[in-house]
Design a protein around this ligand. Structure first.
Ligand SMILES: N[C@@H](CCC(=O)N[C@@H](CS)C(=O)NCC(=O)O)C(=O)O
Length: 222
């Protein structure tokens, strides 16, 4: 790691949990390096990465002192507490809880069901079967999230300030498109996602703007 950088982020261009962390680092203006762990090639299972995260998952955030933090939401909370400027949580306790409610709906309930390991267990080499599984669970999750956001959203997920809920929503919608979810059913999610994607932090951290993005996807849809 170069001296000017606070952190090294071990991630992968289209890992949605890694994108959450890229967003938080970018939002706070924190200097960081990236180290790509190619999930498609199984780099997460190799000894070099297991020494960093034995759970075989990205993201992992490594500090200048070589301390390692995994779990994207724990990383977001750490960044928020360590770098309070440009807050990712509202002041009001009630609104903070509302943000965490959305964060957990996405990170705990919706996202884990389309993890690579789960998809392979479900569909084996049958890509259509894997895709159908992911699509079904994202659709079910989004049905509840859409109703919820009808109540609590403003310009963004909770009111009119950007929060960590937005940093979870956009990567989740990226996955929804990847698995061909019919997003016409979800106008509120779509509106918030489209608004967020116009912002520089979201463009810069978009999977298709990352160095490890394959050339055929590079710049696509950004
Ligand atoms: N709860 C973890 C989830 C991490 C996770 O699921 N990472 C995925 C990529 S988004 C992964 O590394 N998958 C590797 C695999 O399934 O083999 C977090 O929020 O950091």
């Amino acid at each position: 790691m170069t001296d000017s950088k606070e952190f090294t982020l071990y991630g992968y261009f289209r890992s949605s949990a890694s994108w959450r962390v890229r967003l938080a680092l970018e939002w706070k203006g924190i200097a960081y390096e990236q180290h790509s762990v190619n999930l498609a090639q199984g780099d997460q299972k190799k000894d070099e990465f297991l020494a960093i995260n034995p759970s075989k998952k990205v993201p992992a955030l490594v500090t200048k002192e070589h301390k390692v933090l995994t779990q994207s939401i724990a990383i977001l909370e750490y960044i928020e507490e360590h770098y309070p400027d440009r807050p990712m949580l509202p002041k009001s306790l009630w609104h903070r809880a509302q943000v965490r409610e959305i964060v957990q709906a996405i990170a705990c309930d919706i996202h884990p069901l389309q993890n690579l390991g789960v998809l392979i267990k479900q569909g084996g080499g049958d890509l259509e079967k894997r895709e159908a599984w992911a699509r079904e669970w994202i659709t079910q999750g989004f049905e509840g999230l859409e109703r919820h956001l009808e109540e609590v959203s403003g310009t963004y997920c909770v009111g009119d300030n950007i929060t960590m809920a937005d940093f979870c929503l956009v990567p989740m919608v990226y996955n929804a498109f990847r698995y061909k979810v019919d997003m016409k059913q979800f106008p509120v999610i779509t509106r918030i996602n489209n608004t967020l994607l116009t912002l520089p932090e979201f463009k810069k951290t978009h999977p298709h703007n990352q160095e490890d993005c394959p050339p055929e996807l590079r710049g696509h849809g950004v």
